[in-house]
Design a binder for this molecule. Structure first.
Ligand code: GDP
Ligand code: MG
Length: 172
């Protein structure tokens, strides 16, 4: 079975832990400790092909620290998370994307998926779908709108990432 390291990155409070815990344990935790940084494992079955994933749920909205650089080095696939209810969290993503490319090398084709969270909070939404679509078209990165609370499109995110990683890292 193939094994991949996935790193979940994004601003504080956007729902990284909720997304990760929904994916690996299929529960929604309302108040997850924002300082907990933990790696989880799950086997994902895509059309009968099983892949083992280690998902690192990062914490802290720190700048470009040595630790973060280490995470990026060890990661093979990245989930860049922002909240649909917080415009500023979307702007963070461009920094993260550039940091990944700096660490991995500008020419390397890094598997990344962009995720907008809290799709269920309809009345609090701040980011229009068209705004995101412009950005991800520019970056050439797949994008999903999700809700960890309602379990909407969470598996799709990781399936897409696994597909990209299988192409990027064929039989190692
Ligand atoms: P993190 O700091 O990025 O890990 O964010 P958390 O996962 O701890 O989530 C921050 C807050 O947003 C918590 O109060 C969560 O309950 C809430 N939250 C996360 N995802 C969702 C979601 O899909 N829907 C709703 N309504 N709230 C969410
Ligand atoms: Mg967290």
């Amino acid at each position: 079975m193939r094994h991949f390291n996935v790193v979940v990155l994004g601003a504080g409070g956007v729902g990284k832990s909720a997304l990760t815990v929904r994916f690996v344990q299929d529960v929604f935790l309302e108040n997850y400790d924002p300082t907990i940084e933990e790696a989880y494992r799950r086997i994902l079955d895509i059309d009968g092909v099983k892949t083992s994933l280690e998902v690192l749920d990062t914490a802290g909205a720190e700048q470009f620290t040595a630790l973060k650089e280490l995470y990026i080095k060890s990661g093979q696939g990245f989930v860049l998370v922002f909240s649909l209810t917080q415009e500023a969290s979307l702007r963070e993503l461009d920094n993260l994307r550039q940091q990944i490319h700096r660490v991995k090398g500008m020419d390397s084709d890094v598997p990344i998926v962009v995720v907008g969270t809290k799709l269920d909070l309809v009345t609090e939404r701040e980011v229009a779908r068209s705004t995101i679509q412009c950005l991800v078209a520019l970056w050439k990165i797949p994008f999903y709108e999700t809700s960890a609370k309602r379990d909407w499109h969470i598996n799709d995110v990781f399936q897409e990432l696994v597909k990209q990683m299988l192409i990027r890292y064929p039989d190692e």
